[in-house]
Design a protein around this ligand. Structure first.
Ligand code: ATP
Ligand code: MG
Length: 333
């Protein structure tokens, strides 16, 4: 199957330089933070790719690059063969592409306008994209969307604050679905919710995916959630993809020492009674990353090339891994 979403060598650097006057007077240099470096991956139609990794590794930046909220410093992003760079112009093609990609955020409080009735919140994308123009037909469509997320047409009369956190996230999902998207980017969609509510929302999202054939990019730092929802997993460390592959491969037999470290820290998914090992060490300062492999200061398998040479993401054991130890062993064996 061909790729529906494709990132090719995508990088994003933020200019975090001190203000101009300070640079001149104090002779401070320009400073760039490389939030995402040379990231390439594909998502097939109808599948869920999850991105995981500790805070600050660049997950949300990847999401924002894909929806066009940020411009990539270099590299290329295409959705169904169309370049996302065209999405910021006002052409009909750009509008059509934006309709097909929607984002769901962690905090439904912040993303729903508190002064609007829920029905108007959900109808907004329908009006913006002029999908339906007849008032009564819009009303019927909004009622249908509320039904899709297990709310009632009457709920449309209320305001966001009259709902619980889980219900509010359902409202965000209904709004995202209003433009008939094909691809949803979910950035920590359930992290703010109670565990029991999380499961309901995740199951709802999975059912909607099946019914509507949606493609998901799912971002979470919770590996148990990721295990539940995804088909493939991409592990990020300091702006780079370090391992990507099928869920069964990556969870069942993690190759990258960082993936292993993350998995060792969570309660055993297979309930074998294996003890947990907390994640050791800290993520380095992104403004001053270590030379070679950025993971080398924390890595239990560090050896000579790791501090010198950055490992490339290469095929190994049925997935792709960026690790000298792994790829060298794979080549030797
Ligand atoms: N607008 C910005 N300007 C400057 N730096 C930024 C900006 N957005 C993100 N960063 C930096 O880029 C890096 C990646 O951030 P990002 O938010 O993508 O990480 P994340 O993996 O989503 O983390 P979290 O799990 O905490 O949400 C971090 O070092 C962050 O401080
Ligand atoms: Mg984030």
């Amino acid at each position: 199957m061909s790729a529906f979403v494709k990132l090719e060598h995508v990088s994003k650097a933020f200019d975090v330089s001190p203000p101009w006057l300070n640079r001149v007077l104090e002779r401070k240099p320009r400073v760039f933070l490389h939030a995402v470096s040379d990231v390439s991956f594909e998502i097939r139609r109808g599948e869920t790719l999850a991105l995981v990794g500790e805070s600050g590794c660049g997950k949300s930046t990847v999401a924002r690059l894909i929806v066009g909220l940020y411009k990539a410093t270099s590299g290329r992003i295409t959705i169904d063969g169309q370049d996302m760079r065209s999405a910021d112009d006002t052409s009909e093609a750009a509008r059509a592409l934006r309709r097909r990609v929607q984002m769901i955020f962690q905090d439904p409080y912040a993303s729903l306008n508190p002064r609007w009735r829920v029905a108007d919140i959900i109808a907004e994308p329908i009006r913006t994209h002029r999908l339906i123009t007849d008032r009564a037909a819009i009303e019927r469509r909004v009622a249908e969307l509320l039904g899709c997320v297990k709310l009632t047409a009457k709920d449309g009369e209320k305001y966001p604050h009259q709902f619980s956190g889980g219900q509010r996230q359902r409202i965000s999902i209904a709004r995202a679905l209003a433009s008939n998207p094909e691809f949803l980017i979910c950035d920590e969609p359930t992290s703010a919710l109670d565990v029991s509510v999380q499961a309901q929302v995740l199951n709802l999202m999975r059912d909607l995916q099946r019914e509507m054939g949606l493609t998901y990019l799912f971002i979470s730092h919770n590996l148990q959630v990721v295990h539940h929802v995804s088909d493939r997993i991409g592990v990020m460390y300091l702006g780079r993809l370090v391992e990507i592959g099928d869920k069964r491969q990556v969870f069942g037999a993690p190759e990258h020492p960082y993936t292993r470290m993350l998995l060792d820290a969570i309660p055993d998914l297979k309930m074998t009674g294996k003890a947990r090992t907390p994640v050791a060490g800290e993520v380095p300062n992104p403004l001053d990353p270590p030379p070679g492999c950025a993971f080398n200061p924390r890595c239990p398998r560090v050896f000579e090339p790791c501090t010198r040479e950055r490992p490339e993401l290469l095929p190994a054991h049925g997935r792709e891994v960026a690790c000298h130890a792994v790829t060298r062993m794979a080549r030797a064996g």
